[in-house]
Design a protein around this ligand. Structure first.
Ligand SMILES: Nc1ncnc2c1ncn2[C@@H]1O[C@H](COP(=O)(O)OP(=O)(O)OP(=O)(O)O)[C@@H](O)[C@H]1O
Ligand SMILES: [Mg+2]
Length: 225
């Protein structure tokens, strides 16, 4: 997507994809020139949260999208807008839970989803929020789209063995999250080994999820009204 940098301030709102508030950014579908785009704006969170964490969250997600610019199914970053917002490519797709399809459809879908996730990990990013049913999108052709990299984890430098180990764990938690998604729409596709894996989702994934919930709850209590 090529949009002149000086044009990215001229957009009009087409639709609200998510109302902002509390710790949540406002997510808008906008018209940018003759293209549709998504504006994710942390100024839509509560004021204190937005002021303290908005720039950090927008910077992290922009960095992730930049690292993933060669991965199909991940939105291209169009640009930052101020310190707390980013503009990205819009996908004509819906959260995958909303689509009713047969096993064959989901079989192909999950093959591509697993390939897309592997490419994301190869690029040095773990998503860390794939359990949320709103972050994995699909269209009628069964194409895969992954959005919302705000909670992501980046692969550490070669010498940083601890950070690399943590990154590998987050990658595994992403793969487990995909199994969980598969369980929701097409459990018949799960192999015995995958069922077994689901029964024994590791302490790390559980701990990371609980830590995430705790951080969100604390931020809500301390930084929002
Ligand atoms: N690039 C995109 N193309 C199309 N739709 C998108 C895109 N980015 C986000 N959306 C839609 O907007 C919704 C909210 O975006 P996002 O997940 O980034 O924000 P969020 O604050 O995490 O919201 P939620 O808590 O609902 O996941 C997504 O669930 C998705 O339906
Ligand atoms: Mg989300």
């Amino acid at each position: 997507m090529s949009i002149a940098a000086d044009n990215i301030d001229r957009w009009t709102v087409v639709d609200t994809l998510r109302e902002g508030g509390g710790t949540r950014a406002r997510v808008l579908k906008v018209k940018l020139g003759d293209r549709d785009a998504v504006l994710k704006d942390h100024a839509g969170c509560d004021p204190l949260f937005s002021m303290l964490l908005g720039p950090i969250l927008a910077r992290r997600e922009s960095k992730a999208l930049r690292c993933l610019s060669s991965v199909d199914g991940v939105p291209l970053l169009i640009g930052r807008r101020g310190s707390r917002a980013l503009l990205m490519e819009w996908f004509s797709a819906v959260p995958f839970k909303t689509l009713q399809r047969d096993t064959e459809f989901w079989k192909r879908y999950f093959i591509v989803l697993e390939q897309t996730l592997a490419a994301i990990h190869q690029s040095g990013v773990a998503h860390c929020d794939l359990r949320s049913l709103n972050n994995v999108l699909v269209n009628d052709h069964g194409e895969v789209f992954i959005v919302d990299f705000v909670a992501c984890c980046f692969k550490g430098r070669r010498w940083n063995l601890l950070s690399r180990a943590v990154f590998r764990r987050f990658c595994r938690a992403d793969r487990d999250a995909v199994l969980k998604l598969k369980q929701q729409v097409a459990p018949e596709l799960l192999s015995d080994e995958q069922w077994n894996r689901l029964k024994h989702v590791g302490w790390f994934a559980r701990g990371a999820r609980n830590a995430g919930k705790l951080i969100r709850r604390l931020s809500r209590i301390l930084l929002t009204r």
